[in-house]
Write a protein that binds this ligand. Sequence first.
Ligand SMILES: *[C@@H]1O[C@H](CO)[C@@H](O)[C@H](O)[C@H]1NC(C)=O
Ligand SMILES: *[C@@H]1O[C@H](CO)[C@@H](O)[C@H](O)[C@H]1NC(C)=O
Ligand SMILES: *[C@@H]1O[C@H](CO)[C@@H](O)[C@H](O)[C@H]1NC(C)=O
Ligand SMILES: *[C@@H]1O[C@H](CO)[C@@H](O)[C@H](O)[C@H]1NC(C)=O
Length: 885
Amino acid sequence: MKAGRSSSLRLLLLGCCACVATLGYPFRPPLDLDVTPRVTVLSSSLHGCRRFRSSAVNYSAMLLEADSEQRLYVGARGAAFALDAYDISAASALTIEWEASLEQKRQCLLKGKDNKTECFNHIRFLQRFNATHLYMCGTHAFSPMCAFIDAERFVMSAPEEGRDKCPYGPRTGYTGLIVDQQMYTASQYEFRSFPDIRRNSPSPVLKTEDAPTRWLNEADFVGSALVRESLSGSSTGDDDKIYYFFTEGGQEQASTSTHGRVARVARICKGDRGGRLTLQKRWTSFLKARLTCSLPEYDFHFNELRSVFVMPGDTPRDTLFYGIFGLGWKNIKASALCRFSLSDIQEAFQGPYMENQDSNWKEYTGKIPDPRPGTCITNDMRAKGINASTSLPDDVLNFVRRHPLMSQQVRALDGRPLLFRRTTDYTHMAVSAVQGLDGEEYHVLYMGTDEGWLHKAVHVEGRLHIIEELQLFKEPQPVDNVLISEKQTSVYIGSPSGVVQLPHSNCRRYASCYDCIFARDPHCAWSGAHCVEIAAYPDRAALIQDVQRGNRGCDNTQGDVTVRSRFVRVGDDVLLQCELSSNLATPLWMLDGDELHGYGLSSGFRTGTDGLLIIEARQDQSGMYTCYAVENNVKVAMVTYNVTVSADLPSPPLVEDQATASPVPTGPPSSKRPLGAPLEPLLPHSELLSSRSMEALYLSLITILGSLCVVLAVVLFYMGFCLRVGHRGKYSLRAAAAAYPSCKTTNRNRKQHRNSALMELRTISSHCNGHATNNGVSKPPHGNTYDGGFLQIVPGEAYTSPNAETPPPAPPPPPTPPECSFPNGLSATLPSVLRRMNGNSYVLLRQSEADNASTLCSSFADELNRILEKRKHTQLQPRPDESSV
Ligand SMILES: *[C@@H]1O[C@H](CO)[C@@H](O)[C@H](O)[C@H]1NC(C)=O
Ligand SMILES: *[C@@H]1O[C@H](CO)[C@@H](O)[C@H](O)[C@H]1NC(C)=O
Ligand SMILES: *[C@@H]1O[C@H](CO)[C@@H](O)[C@H](O)[C@H]1NC(C)=O
Ligand SMILES: *[C@@H]1O[C@H](CO)[C@@H](O)[C@H](O)[C@H]1NC(C)=O
């Protein structure tokens, strides 16, 4: 019976894997850019975190004084705050309350605005004006106002009109700067007005042009930056320039594959005074170019620019711009991170122009007037008697008016994104330069997500390594702003509910030398006893760090390994716990010094994310079991179990309801490995199921799995199509493979075995997954093929879903969700589970019960349909991947 069972299983396996292998092949991600954060830290275990909250919400405007970094100014809804940057939770916070009057709010409501979101005074602008004053603007219930703030006393002057400086709504794209006491803002200020880049005060007031050529097309601004190019010892007598970053309707694009939106950079010269007759009160130096962040070989373009961070260089010319890009598709999460250099942008602005001919944009090949249109006033021009933009000749200005767009695109440095995440929507980021022990300067990025996580990453040789992901809030909420203070060694995060201050690193989290090295955090190094902040450590020579590769330096530091004893009765199942704190580590088990091979059912072993399962222990399985974490090609011993299997041990006491009293930690995957956790449950195998019912079970499972294979095949086939649209990639692919079968089978199994209260037999789709992974998607560092059965005994219900209850008796057939809305996108529900699948042989799927699962299922199908639909309307190029057959 047993042999028959496993052989038929194996047959089925083969079949399933064959189909997945063939079809799964095209899912290889283009480049291994979808990086998994190494460590996951939940908000409950955040260290050194300080918070500021008040009755106000929407803490989105933040200002850190560049020179002193003593104070953090924050603009929220209806209030502004001056916080102690050293400790934002200190009681010394100063407050300015500034809410729109009731009358204002009433009028806002009459204008048809939402009195729950829009009819408030959202502070959108808060910056230093001069040595003594700040300037702030608020939407003021759809009637913007601005005011000076006496910075010292933190009191506000009488508000003034703000219509030309501040958008009307809280979410309108907007960016603003004060440069030499002049305010430069860009927004689509009023609902119906054209977007506009303005210099507001004091004068001359300048704007962008709307006719005959509209310079901006529904532009959504995300950032602006002043680059003092006049300082670069400019022999040409160049001017300072202001760069604007936005997404807009791409006029030049014939193809509609991207909803016609494109990311742009535009620039203007600070000394611009407009034209005398032509382009009067308009910029004479406005030029714009496209920013491309794409994987061209996969026809995959990130056209929605979400946020920009300006990284100043040694000279203005070395300035770098980091941009967060999205796909701009509703309900599909994905982010890409691209870097651009100022010199590439300058080059585009020196290149050919585009011209609009019969509403088609083409490269302009005709004569270009002199001086070159759109440039700042330089020494050359001054020599020709052109001192200011007002003395530019008419033909130049007319040319400028009709040729705002450059033909050359600004490509990302390295020609590709630094990072591409399928399951994360990054919203804002900040970057700091940190010197490592090797003397290299590393860029450390702090990226906030739409769900309130902060990812800390380091840029090494064109790639990002995500050091950690930190959950900032219990309730998911978007990160609205990220600032870094070098002086306070802190990162500040603004969000709807408050401001969070975090130390820029937390080296003590890494308990061993290897842990410290693997982290590759340029802030941290191993001192011999602890992982320490290098900045605060006196003796650098004694420190060990390896940011470049993350595996060198700890050879002589391997510490003692805990040894535990386990006594097991013959025939019992036992779980040897070994939970790895790193999401990048793969477990490896050795028995008496030999690697455990073939974790298949017949071998009697299964490994998982939390340990090794010995199934139906035999006496010859006694021995010393050592769990290693393999990371960066280094094997680190974690724990050793001395297992004794004998025939005559007393029965372990049976817990009434093991499902809920499961000793398997229900805590977060990141929580410290519970070495001292209570003994694993000894599963009395004989009581599991009678052989008859086992047979029935296996038969039905085989049927189910067979049909699932077909379903999977179809899904994968569809996925093959989407490939051209978007590489859904590692996580999502796994999501597909994992979510789909689980929705179907878990219910079934439950129905059949609802009497077996102790444990549940579950269909695990990891096998198919594992193969998709091994064949296509990023190969796990450890090339093992984890062949094994489909069946996994999951002790207890409560593993991944702490609030899961005992299985409900015979759940009703899952109701088809009336309307399949997946607000967070397919992937939102999965990553935490899926991440743990990295190279592991079994997976504990989130047991969020029937309804959830089925929603997931149908959302996925829906998403596919949607993508396919989208493809139909765009250029469907059935270029089959060469590897797909
Ligand atoms: C918004 O306006 C409605 C009337 O249109 C009113 O009933 C509701 O109480 C208002 N809500 C708030 C938060 O002011
Ligand atoms: C800064 O600007 C404010 C507002 O215009 C003005 O009252 C104040 O005197 C200025 N401070 C300095 C030092 O110029
Ligand atoms: C240009 O500037 C120079 C020096 O600033 C000045 O002497 C000259 O008169 C200016 N010419 C015009 C046409 O404004
Ligand atoms: C302001 O905060 C509330 C919740 O605190 C949130 O629902 C809303 O979307 C936020 N608005 C903006 C503009 O961020």
